[in-house]
Design a protein. Structure first.
Length: 386
């Protein structure tokens, strides 16, 4: 059994969210604590009448408990084995893993009932990222479950702070080649952003490839050049990849070479996207806007929306008539309607007629729990600009 350090007694009426299986307990809903409870401890959740509602990790903060197991019985010894096995079987049923794709998200936090835990699989390497002290403390149990269930040669761990990175099992050299829809990419989970590669854009990259034949393509905030590789594979006339990071540009170049593409079809530019929009005289008829999260918390949302508005307005102004724009927001605090309204205000500002062709989201290996709609963080639009 998991070692439970104490009890969290909720205020009267605050049990409703847990009864709806929402995995977060906010500090304002706590009546009192019983026991010597420290950050990362497993705790028992109890309502005002003494009914046990579930178990989870405690943490000093706004989200005080991340509930991982609902019901009155304590989590079993093989808790992580069961959770990760279920997550893997979901990916199998969704036909995500194939001879053409060997990399996928194995655990997507609340979407897989493991709040604050991310596990990405890159071919034979699993990369674990925790966003809470509780998951950090349970990392060895998580790694053991992964090794027992999957055919991996190493498990690499990254904490939220990034200061406690280590191999929990095996070892591997980076950058490391993976396969996605038949395209090859190098992944550096040790030094790269997040777990090293943005698997959540897999299906959207594929769609870009389907739109790219004969197009002049601009891929902004390109990072590893994922959209660029798909665009070239899809028959783009030429592709320009722009990123402010020189390291990202180097990795983009390597990925273009890895796929044996002729460099005459591609150019990498280390530049700020907004500066590039101002200075370029190039003409494009397909533009990808995939910026990092402009808002990571609600206090930054207003300024973030100004950033999204400005970015989309610049792209809409410069794109050739009849052009296509793929635009995204990965900010969880920016909901789908707010993002849509902001993009539409950009079209008004740019004084051009814009049509929405598609609404885009995250793929099946980034599932959203019906009880935790906040898990839908990736929003995208495909725009046609007259």
């Amino acid at each position: 059994m998991m070692v439970v350090a104490g009890k969290i007694i909720l205020k009267s009426g605050r049990e409703a969210s847990l009864q709806r299986f929402h995995p977060w307990v906010f500090s304002g809903g706590i009546h009192r604590k019983e026991g010597d409870i420290q950050d990362g401890d497993w705790v028992e959740m109890v309502d005002a009448r003494g009914t046990v509602l579930g178990f989870g990790h405690f943490q000093n903060g706004s989200i005080a408990v991340r509930v991982l197991h609902f019901g009155s019985e304590q989590p079993p010894d093989d808790f992580y084995h069961k959770k990760i096995r279920n997550a893997f079987q979901l990916r199998q049923k969704a036909n995500i893993i194939s001879n053409h794709t060997n990399s996928y998200r194995l655990v997507h936090g609340e979407g897989d009932g493991l709040s604050s835990l991310i596990v990405d699989v890159y071919n034979k390497v699993a990369v674990v990222q925790s966003h809470s002290e509780g998951m950090h403390r349970d990392r060895q149990l998580i790694a053991k479950a992964i090794v027992d269930l999957l055919d991996v040669k190493s498990v690499f761990y990254k904490s939220q702070s990034g200061e406690q990175a280590e191999y929990l099992f095996g070892n591997s050299s980076v950058p490391y080649p993976i396969l996605e829809n038949g395209n090859k990419f190098l992944v550096d989970w040790e030094q790269g952003q997040k777990t090293g590669f943005f698997l959540d854009q897999r299906e959207n990259r594929k769609l870009v490839g389907e739109f790219s034949a004969g197009k002049k393509v601009l891929n902004t905030f390109c990072y590893t050049g994922g959209f660029s590789v798909y665009a070239i594979r899809g028959g783009a006339q030429h592709v320009h990849s722009v990123d402010a990071s020189a390291k990202a540009i180097e990795l983009s170049k390597k990925n273009i070479e890895l796929n044996s593409f002729d460099s005459t079809h591609h150019a990498c530019l280390a530049a700020d996207t907004f500066d590039y929009f101002k200075s370029t005289t190039e003409k494009y008829n397909l533009i990808i806007l995939d910026p990092p999260a402009f808002a990571k918390h609600r206090d930054a949302r207003h300024q973030a929306m100004k950033g999204y508005q400005r970015l989309n307005a610049e792209a809409i102004k410069m794109i050739e008539p009849g052009g296509i724009i793929f635009t995204f927001s990965c900010s969880q605090v920016v909901d789908r309607k707010l993002f849509y309204d902001t993009v539409m205000s950009s079209a008004i500002q740019a004084n051009r007629d814009v049509k929405v062709l598609s609404h885009l989201s995250q793929p099946a290996d980034h599932p959203v729990s019906a009880f935790h709609p906040e898990g839908e963080y990736l929003k995208g639009l495909v725009l046609f600009v007259e």
